[in-house]
Design a protein around this ligand. Structure first.
Ligand code: ADP
Ligand code: MG
Length: 645
C-alpha cells in the first residue's frame, strides 16, 4: 500500500472501531457489521473476477458452505470459535478446489456454468440433509465466546472488524506478491503466462481456492452475526449481488470491494423508502453533473460521452419525485442502476473517481523501488556458463510435422541448434516459422516427430513445464501483461525464483522478503540491460511499440533460459532501435544463452546469425552459414528474390 491509502485505511478502520461508541442504534451497528462481512467475501471474489478475469456464480453457495460449517459444528458438537473459524475457511476452500479443479481445466465459460450449478445444488443439499442442517427449519447459533466470555453485540462487531482488517492485509499482501502477479498475468495474456513458467491452470485454481477461503470466513461470521441461518439466504440473487458489488465498487481495489459491500447492503434498504430514494437520486444527479463537468474540463471524457449518464441520472431524480409509491418499481430501478454502472463506469465507482483525480490504479511493487538503483548490467542474467558446453547440440528436432486440417504448416522438418550459437530461422510469410516456435514451446503438440531439448523430450509437456526447463520466448504479436508495469512484467518472468508459499506471503517471512527484494533487484537489472531502466513503473500497454518488444525480451531473460526464441524482434522497430536490438542479442549470446532468431530484416540475420535454416511452405529448403544460404538458388527463388532484399 502506498502512504495515502495506508493513511486512508487507518482512518477508516479507526472510525469503524469507534462507531459502536457513538452510534447507539444496534440496527446500524449490525448493518455495518454485515457490510464488513460482505467485504471479506468481496476481497476474495475480486481475486477471481478482477484479477484472473473469471466469473464465479457460486460465491453465495460458498458463503453458505462457510455458514453451515459454522452452524453444524456448533449445533452438533458445540465447537468453539477458534475451531469453527479455521474449519469454515478450510472446508469452503476444499469445496472451492473441488469446483475449480475440473472446471478450470477447460477454458471458456465453464467456471461460470459449474459454479452456477454448484450454487443450486448447495441450496438443495442444505435443504435435504436434515440430519446435519435441520433443512428448511434452519439452525440457531448464539454469539460466540472468546476467552471464556460470550461476546456482546459490540464485542462481536469488533471481532468482525479485526478479521476484516486482517483479511484486507492478507489479500493485499497476496495480490502484491508473486501470486498476485501470476493472477494478473494469466488474465493479461494466458499464453505468455504459460510461456513464463506460470501455469495458467494452476494459478486460476489457486485464485479460486483462496477466494473460497475468504467466502468461508465471511459465511462463518455471517452465521454468528444473524444468529440464525436457513437455506434460502444463499440463493442466486445473492450471488449476482456479490458480482455486481465487485463491478460497481470497482475491480482490483480493496476500497471498491468495501464500497460495493456497502452498496449491496444499503441500496435495497434505500429503495424501500421513497423519501430516501428521492434524496439519493438527487444527490446522484448532482454528483454525476459535477463529476461530468470535471471530467470534461480535464479532458478525461467528452460532452458526448457524458450526455446520457448525466441526463439519465437527472431523469431518475425527476422520476423519483413523480413516483407515489416505490414498491412496484424497486427491482426495476435497482436493475437500471446496475446496468448504468456496467455500461458507463467500467472500472467501477472507485475507478471513476480515481480517473477524475488523475490517480492511477495502485501499481504493486513500485513502492519497493525507492532506493534501488543498480548500475548498468548489474544483475542481468544468471551465469549460464555451467550449461553451455559449447559445440554440442542443445535442441534436436526430427521429422516435425504440424498439421492444421489439411494444411501442413510444418512438413517433416529437422532442426539442430548448437549451444551458444545464434540460429536464424527465415522464410517467406506463412512458411511455418512461428508455428515451429509454438511447437517448440508446447503451445501446439506436433502431429508427428520428436523434439529433444538438453537431452529431454519436449513433446507432450505443458508450456509452463517447458519454459521452466529453460526455453524462453517472445511473440510475433507482442504478448505483454498490459495492465501491469514494466517491472511487474519482468517479475512474472522471475516467478520461478520464488519458493515462498501463501503463508510466507501473508506473514512476510524473512524468506519472502529476501526473495521479493531479490526479484526487484533482478528485475531492475534486466530493465537496465535492455535500456528501460527509467520506465519501470510505466504500464506495459503505455510503452511505445519498440520498447514493448525490448521489455518482452527482458521478461524472457528473467526465466534464466538456456534457449531464447525471438519471433521477429525487429518488426516495427526504427533503424536506431534495430541497432540497439542487435547489440542486445549479441550480449545475450555472450552470456551463454543460445538464440533462435526469426527475422525478416536480412541485414540483422546476416550480421548476428552463426547458422541459418530456411523454411518454405513448411519445408526446410536450405541450411548453413548465412553467406551460403544467401547464395543458395532455392532460397533466392523462394524468398530473397521475392519479397525482401
Ligand atoms: P510464419 O510465422 O512463417 O509467417 P506461421 O507459422 O504463422 O508462418 O503460419 C504457417 C501456416 O500455418 C500459415 O498458413 C498459417 O495460416 C497456418 N497456421 C498457423 N497457425 C494455425 C492454426 N492455429 N490453425 C490453422 N492454421 C494455422
Ligand atoms: Mg510468424
Amino acid at each position: 500500500m502506498n502512504r495515502n491509502s495506508l493513511l486512508g485505511a487507518g482512518i477508516g478502520l479507526a472510525v469503524l472501531a469507534a462507531a459502536p461508541l457513538f452510534l447507539d442504534n444496534p440496527y446500524y451497528i449490525h448493518m455495518i457489521g454485515t457490510i464488513m462481512i460482505y467485504a471479506i467475501l468481496l476481497f476474495g471474489l475480486d481475486i477471481v473476477v478482477g484479477y484472473t478475469g473469471q466469473v464465479s456464480l457460486g460465491h453465495a453457495g460458498l458463503f453458505g458452505v462457510g455458514s453451515y460449517t459454522a452452524g453444524v459444528l456448533f449445533f452438533k458438537l458445540g465447537a468453539p470459535l477458534w475451531v469453527i473459524i479455521p474449519a469454515s475457511i478450510g472446508v469452503t476452500a476444499g469445496f472451492g478446489a473441488l469446483l475449480a479443479l475440473p472446471a478450470l481445466r477447460v477454458t471458456g465459460p465453464y467456471l461460470a456454468m459449474v459454479t452456477l450449478a454448484f450454487g443450486t445444488i448447495i441450496q438443495i443439499l442444505i435443504n435435504e440433509m436434515t440430519f446435519l442442517t435441520e433443512g428448511p427449519l434452519g439452525l440457531k447459533i448464539p454469539k460466540p465466546s472468546l476467552f471464556g466470555e460470550k461476546l456482546s453485540e459490540h464485542g462481536f462487531y469488533w471481532l468482525v472488524l479485526v478479521l476484516m482488517a486482517l483479511s484486507l492485509v492478507v489479500v493485499d499482501r497476496i495480490l502484491r506478491s508473486q501470486l498476485g502477479r501470476a493472477f494478473e498475468a494469466l488474465r493479461g495474456s494466458p499464453v505468455a503466462s504459460d510461456c513464463m513458467g506460470v501455469s495458467v491452470y494452476r494459478y486460476k485454481v489457486y485464485a479460486f481456492v483462496i477466494s473460497a477461503g475468504f467466502a468461508g470466513l465471511a459465511g462463518c461470521l455471517y452465521a454468528y452475526s444473524e444468529q440464525y441461518i436457513s437455506p434460502n439466504t444463499y440463493n442466486f440473487e445473492l450471488t449476482v449481488l456479490f458480482l455486481l458489488a465487485v463491478i460497481m465498487g470497482g475491480r482490483k481495489t480493496r476500497s471498491g470491494a468495501l464500497l460495493g459491500a456497502a452498496i449491496i447492503v444499503i441500496l435495497p434498504k434505500l429503495l424501500d423508502d421513497l423519501e430516501l430514494f428521492r434524496i439519493v437520486a438527487t444527490t446522484l444527479a448532482v454528483l454525476m453533473a459535477v463529476g461530468g463537468a470535471i471530467g470534461i474540463a480535464k479532458k478525461i471524457t467528452t460532452p458526448k460521452a457524458m450526455a446520457i449518464p448525466v441526463v439519465g441520472t437527472i431523469a431518475l431524480a425527476g422520476f423519483s419525485f413523480w413516483l407515489q409509491s416505490i414498491t412496484d418499481w424497486r427491482l426495476s430501478i435497482f436493475g437500471l442502476m446496475i446496468l448504468f454502472v456496467v455500461y458507463y463506469l467500467q472500472d467501477g465507482i472507485v475507478g471513476f473517481v480515481r480517473s477524475l483525480f488523475g490517480r492511477k490504479a495502485s501499481a504493486s511493487g513500485s513502492g519497493a523501488l525507492a532506493g534501488v538503483d543498480l548500475g548498468k548490467d548489474a544483475v542481468v542474467v544468471a551465469a549460464n556458463a555451467a550449461h553451455s558446453a559449447a559445440g554440442s547440440d542443445l535442441l534436436v528436432a526430427q521429422g516435425v510435422l504440424m498439421q492444421f486440417g489439411g494444411l501442413k504448416a510444418i512438413n517433416q522438418v529437422d532442426l539442430r541448434v548448437k549451444r551458444g550459437t545464434i540460429h536464424g530461422l527465415i522464410g517467406p510469410n506463412g512458411s511455418g516459422k512461428s508455428t515451429m516456435m509454438n511447437v517448440l514451446t508446447g503451445i501446439y503438440v506436433p502431429t508427428a516427430g520428436s523434439i529433444e531439448f538438453a537431452g529431454r523430450a519436449v513433446v507432450g509437456r505443458t508450456s509452463s513445464d517447458i519454459a521452466l526447463s529453460g526455453i524462453a520466448r517472445t511473440f510475433q504479436n507482442v504478448q505483454l501483461f498490459g495492465e501491469m508495469t514494466a517491472l511487474q512484467n519482468i517479475q512474472v518472468g522471475l516467478h520461478h525464483t520464488f519458493d515462498s508459499n501463501i503463508l510466507d506471503v501473508a506473514l512476510h517471512t524473512p524468506r519472502y522478503r529476501r526473495e521479493d527484494s531479490a526479484a526487484v533487484a533482478r528485475g531492475m537489472g534486466l530493465l537496465h540491460f535492455v535500456g528501460l531502466g527509467d520506465l519501470a513503473t510505466e504500464e506495459a500497454r503505455n510503452l511505445p511499440y519498440g520498447k514493448q518488444r525490448l521489455l518482452e525480451i527482458a521478461r524472457a531473460l528473467a526465466l534464466d533460459p538456456q534457449l531464447l526464441l525471438l519471433d521477429e524482434p525487429a518488426a516495427g522497430l526504427t533503424a536506431p532501435d534495430i541497432k540497439e536490438l542487435v547489440a542486445i542479442i549479441h550480449k545475450i549470446r555472450d552470456h551463454g544463452i543460445t538464440v533462435i532468431l526469426i527475422e525478416h530484416h536480412m541485414d540483422v540475420v546476416m550480421s548476428v546469425c552463426d547458422a541459418v535454416s530456411v523454411l518454405d511452405f513448411g519445408q526446410k529448403i536450405a541450411e548453413g552459414k548465412p553467406a551460403e544460404v544467401q547464395a543458395d538458388e532455392k532460397v533466392i527463388e523462394a524468398y530473397l528474390g521475392g519479397t525482401a532484399a
